[in-house]
Design a binder for this molecule. Structure first.
Ligand SMILES: [Zn+2]
Length: 376
C-alpha cells in the first residue's frame, strides 16, 4: 500500500496537484479483537493519521465494519428531518394521514434509508425509532404507547424491511451490470470469498428468510414486489404472535385483525379525537386498569370508583357500562347503532371500529366528566 501511495504522491507532484491531507486518512478494517496495524504510512514526507471511522459518499465506514456509526448518524439526520417536517405541519389544520404518509416517505424515510442497499442486512433500533416517532406524532400518543399497537395502526412496514428490499434492488442491479465495471468486480470478488459477514452471504440470508433462496442460487433477478409481499406476511405473523403475548394490549387484540392502516386514520377525524380513540384502542387512556399498573395494584383492585357496579375500570366498562356516562352514552347510541341490542363485545367493537368519529367524541366528553369528578 505504501508503494501505491508513492505512485499517487509522485504523480501529483509531477502534475502540480496538491493532495488534501486533512481528508486523507488510513482506516484499518479488521476483526473486532485483532490489533490495529502499527505501520506508518506516508504521502511524500507527511505521516498519515489512522482514523477509526471514515465517511465515503455519505456512508460512515468504521474499522469493525459494523455500520453502527453510520446508523447513529442517519438516525440523527432522520430525527432532524422529522423535527423540521413536524414544525412545518404543526401549525396547519389537520393534514390527514395520506398527506402525512407521503411527506414522511419523501422527507424522512429517504434519510434513514440512505444507501441501505449496502448495509441493510443489519437491523438498527435507532432507525426504527425515528419511524415510530413519526407514527406516534400522527396518532397523538405519548412515548409509552405500546409499539406493537403504534406500528399496527399505521400499518407501515418497519424501516428494516425497506432496507432489506433495497438490498434486493442492489442485487438486481448487479445481475444486469457489465462485468468490467469496478463495482461488479468487487461484487464477484465478495461472492467468491463467501465470507459469512460479506454482502453476498448476508443477502443470501435475507432471501432465505422469506423462502426465496433460489434467487441467489440461480443468480437471477428478484421480483421486488413479491419479495416485499413475502416480507410483509412474515413480519405480520411475528407482529401477530407478539400481540397475543402482550397483556397490555388486551383491548387492542379484540379490535385489530390485520397489520394494515386503520380505517379511522383515513377518515380525517380531528387530531384530538383521533388521539383519544388511539389511546383507547392501545389501552393507554388514564383509566384505573392502566393507571393502577403504575401503582402496582393487583388487577382485581383496579375498580371503577364512579359507579356502584363494582367492576374493573377498563375500556369496555368505560364505553359501555359505567353509569356516570349514561347521558353521554345514550346520545352516542342514538347517533350510531340506534340500539344496544348487541352482544357486549360486538357493541364495543361496532362503536369503536364502525363509528370512530362519534365514539372518539364520547371518549373526550366522558374523560372531561370523569376528570371533573376527580377534582371535586
Ligand atoms: Zn364505573
Amino acid at each position: 500500500m505504501q508503494d501505491t501511495l508513492d505512485v499517487v504522491s509522485n504523480w501529483c507532484k509531477k502534475w502540480h496537484l496538491q493532495i488534501n491531507l486533512a481528508k486523507t486518512k488510513i482506516l484499518h478494517f479488521r476483526k473486532r479483537n485483532s490489533k490495529k496495524s502499527n505501520f506508518t504510512f506516508y504521502i511524500g514526507n507527511t505521516k498519515l493519521e489512522y482514523a477509526s471511522v471514515y465517511k465515503y459518499l455519505g456512508v460512515l465506514f468504521n474499522e469493525n465494519r459494523d455500520f453502527k456509526n453510520n446508523a447513529e448518524n442517519l438516525s440523527k439526520s432522520g430525527g432532524r428531518a422529522l423535527g423540521s417536517l413536524i414544525s412545518k405541519i404543526h401549525s396547519l389544520k389537520d393534514i390527514g394521514f395520506t398527506t402525512f404518509e407521503k411527506l414522511f416517505y419523501s422527507c424522512v424515510a429517504p434519510v434513514i434509508d440512505y444507501c441501505s442497499g449496502v448495509w441493510g442486512y443489519q437491523n438498527f433500533h435507532s432507525l426504527d425509532q425515528v419511524q415510530d416517532r413519526a407514527a406516534r406524532y400522527f396518532l397523538g400518543t405519548h412515548r409509552l404507547a405500546p409499539l406493537l399497537a403504534v406500528r399496527g395502526e399505521t400499518g407501515w412496514a418497519p424501516a428494516s424491511s425497506r432496507h432489506k428490499s433495497n438490498m434486493v434492488r442492489l442485487w438486481n442491479k448487479f445481475q444486469t451490470m457489465d462485468n468490467n465495471r469496478t463495482a461488479k468486480q468487487v461484487f464477484i470478488w465478495d461472492q467468491c470469498l463467501n465470507n459469512e459477514r460479506g454482502w453476498n452471504c448476508q443477502l443470501k440470508a435475507v432471501l432465505n428468510s422469506v423462502n426465496m433462496s433460489n434467487i441467489y442460487t440461480n443468480a437471477i433477478c428478484c421480483d421486488v414486489q413479491l419479495f416485499i409481499q413475502n416480507q410483509h406476511s412474515t413480519s405480520e405473523n411475528i407482529w401477530f404472535a407478539n400481540l397475543q403475548n402482550s397483556p397490555k394490549l388486551r383491548t387492542y387484540r379484540l379490535l385489530k385483525q390485520n397489520f394494515s392502516t386503520e380505517n379511522y386514520l383515513l377518515m380525517n377525524i380531528p387530531k384530538n379525537q383521533r388521539s383519544a380513540l388511539t389511546q383507547l384502542r392501545c389501552g393507554i387512556l388514564p383509566l384505573r386498569v392502566e393507571t393502577g399498573r403504575f401503582r402496582n395494584e393487583p388487577l382485581t383492585d383496579r375498580l371503577c370508583v364512579f359507579c356502584n357496579l363494582n367492576e374493573i375500570e377498563n375500556e369496555i366498562h368505560f364505553i359501555l357500562k359505567c353509569t356516570l356516562y349514561n347521558d353521554l352514552r345514550n346520545l352516542l347510541i342514538r347517533n350510531t347503532t340506534g340500539s344496544t341490542n348487541y352482544e357486549e363485545f360486538e357493541l364495543f367493537r361496532t362503536l369503536v371500529c364502525t363509528y370512530p368519529r362519534q365514539c372518539s367524541q364520547f371518549i373526550i366528553n366522558a374523560l372531561k366528566l370523569r376528570q371533573s369528578k376527580f377534582s371535586r
